[in-house]
Design a protein around this ligand. Structure first.
Ligand SMILES: [Zn+2]
Length: 511
């Protein structure tokens, strides 16, 4: 039975992620306000995390993968399996993970590791295990390998974790293969229907020399996930006589590494510059917009369409110019600027799509009403916040009409939210591209906070945890996207007040 390759989602179109196995948004089951995880269809799944729980139990294997060429450590894995299968009578009670090694007699342990320990490089590297006090089988390693050297053996241990940190890396898959083989060959705990045995298990038995590795590796990994529950004595099995295992050391191991090892944090030395050419171009186009304002103005009376359209364009440009003048375009504040430019574009495009004097007026009156609301709210306090210029606010609130005649709309100005407005204006694609991730920055959501002020500690023995960044971390510049949005605003301006030709060209990625 040949398994059909998983159908790629037609919703994932980015070429960089064409081969990813991610489930698209459309394929997530929707439950009320939640997009449930694709695995939720299977009911509650017990997730044993590779890093936190599984890796501390296979450290001796990880050390060998870091210290020896692959062909040699794979050969060793075979000798260990053979020794357990052929020369240890209690083989069915045993696994090769640390909690089980801890229960072995000296004789059992020495029989299994005889050939490994006969190899000088392997034996030397395994001394690193003696740096770990929380290892439940430390007493065996104390017997069979030499004292560790503080400097070099910490680095062996760090490399071991680094190589196996990704649960799908080659070294991790090799380790997971050894775990699966122990269950199949030594414990004889898993039995398979003949067809499955032929198609799936035969290549695993001959790993890594038989079958298409693109299929063999994932089947090793999924079998290993199934076997992981055997590593704890909580799971009773009638077939296997259970040894009394020491309490699990995963948490204690990571805690010990945290206490004994220092963080490794690199300061960023790269500081993005202002984009001088870009600023010049932005300013030139801004001047052209300003000139076009005078050419197209027809009255000194309040003109919601004319002032609104030019105002929105200039407002968007202002944010981008300020971001480009300094380094803000490549930092979190640039994301806030882009978020605002996007919203200004959606608003302008909605107004253009409707192009109805009532709606232009509604946009303007709503804004004046908001100024009135902010003004009156601030009058409640004895002192207003320092950034609020109350006299200016009063002037804005009273500019079109005396404030006392002004109603205040408490909802959205068009009785729509931004998403619906983008939808009605036919620019939902712009909203989808720019809204979510930029809004995260405006709202201080965790992923944006993490992206802005935290970096990864590079000490593998710290599980690549997050620590404060010692220097600001630049991000991809917002200017290429700002250029796209501003040019669309200039297109809209050209439609409302033809003709306006200048467009931005120079704010590209290499700008
Ligand atoms: Zn650290």
């Amino acid at each position: 039975m040949r398994k059909k390759p998983k159908r790629k989602s037609p919703h994932i179109r980015n070429p960089q992620f064409a081969d990813s196995n991610y489930t698209s948004i459309e394929d997530h089951p929707r439950r009320g306000g939640t997009l449930a995880s694709p695995f939720s269809r299977l009911g509650p799944v017990q997730l044993t995390r590779w890093i936190d729980e599984a890796l501390p139990n296979v450290l001796w294997m990880a050390v060998l993968t870091a210290a020896l060429p692959r062909s040699i450590y794979l050969k060793m894995f075979h000798t260990v399996l053979q020794a357990l299968r052929d020369r240890v009578p209690a083989r069915k009670e045993l696994l090769l993970v640390h909690v089980y090694l801890a229960t072995m007699t000296d004789d059992e342990f020495d029989t299994i590791f005889a050939e490994v320990l006969a190899h000088p490089d392997a034996k030397h590297a395994l001394s690193s295990l003696r740096l770990i006090d929380s290892l439940p089988d430390r007493h065996h390693w104390d017997r069979v390998v030499d004292q560790p050297d503080d400097n070099s053996h910490w680095s062996v241990l760090a490399q071991a974790v680094a190589r196996t940190f990704d649960h799908q890396s080659e070294a991790s898959t090799d380790i997971r293969w050894l775990k699966v083989m122990t269950v199949i060959v030594c414990q004889e705990r898993m039995r398979f229907p003949e067809k499955l045995a032929e198609e799936v298990i035969a290549p695993i038995l001959a790993y890594p020399s038989k079958g298409d590795m693109k299929r063999v590796r994932p089947s090793i990994r999924s079998l290993e996930l199934m076997c992981r529950s055997f590593e704890s004595s909580d799971v009773e099995s009638p077939e296997v006589k259970q040894r009394v295992l020491p309490s699990y050391h995963g948490d204690a191991f990571w805690q010990e590494m945290w206490v004994k090892q220092k963080c490794l944090v690199l300061a960023n030395t790269e500081h993005p510059d202002a984009i001088a050419d870009g600023v010049r171009e932005l300013q030139a186009v801004r001047t052209a917009v300003e000139e076009h304002f005078y050419q197209s103005a027809t009255t000194t009376a309040a003109d919601p369409r004319h002032e609104g359209a030019f105002g929105l364009v200039l407002y968007g440009m202002e944010f981008v110019i300020n971001a480009a003048v300094g380094a803000g375009h490549a930092f979190s504040e640039g994301r806030l600027a882009l978020r605002t430019v996007m919203e200004a574009f959606v608003t302008l495009h909605y107004l253009l799509t409707k192009d109805d004097p009532t709606i232009w007026a509604q946009y303007r009156n709503y804004g004046s009403g908001q100024a009135k609301l902010a003004f009156l709210k601030n009058l409640r306090f004895e002192d207003a916040p320092d950034f609020v210029d109350l006299e200016m606010l009063e002037k804005l609130a009273n500019e079109d009409v005396w404030m006392e005649f002004q109603s205040v709309e408490l909802g959205h100005w068009a009785n729509l939210n931004l998403r619906k407005m983008a939808d009605e204006a036919g620019v939902k694609d712009v909203y989808d591209r720019y809204y979510d991730w930029t809004s995260g920055f405006a709202h201080g959501q965790w992923a944006s906070v993490r992206d802005t002020v935290m970096v990864t500690c590079l000490n593998p023995l710290h599980r690549f945890h997050r620590v404060p960044s010692p220097t600001p971390m630049p991000m991809p510049s917002i200017l290429p996207d700002a250029q796209k949005l501003l040019n669309r605003m200039l297109d809209d301006l050209n439609q409302l007040y033809p003709s306006f030709k200048p467009r931005l060209k120079g704010l590209r990625k290499d700008g």
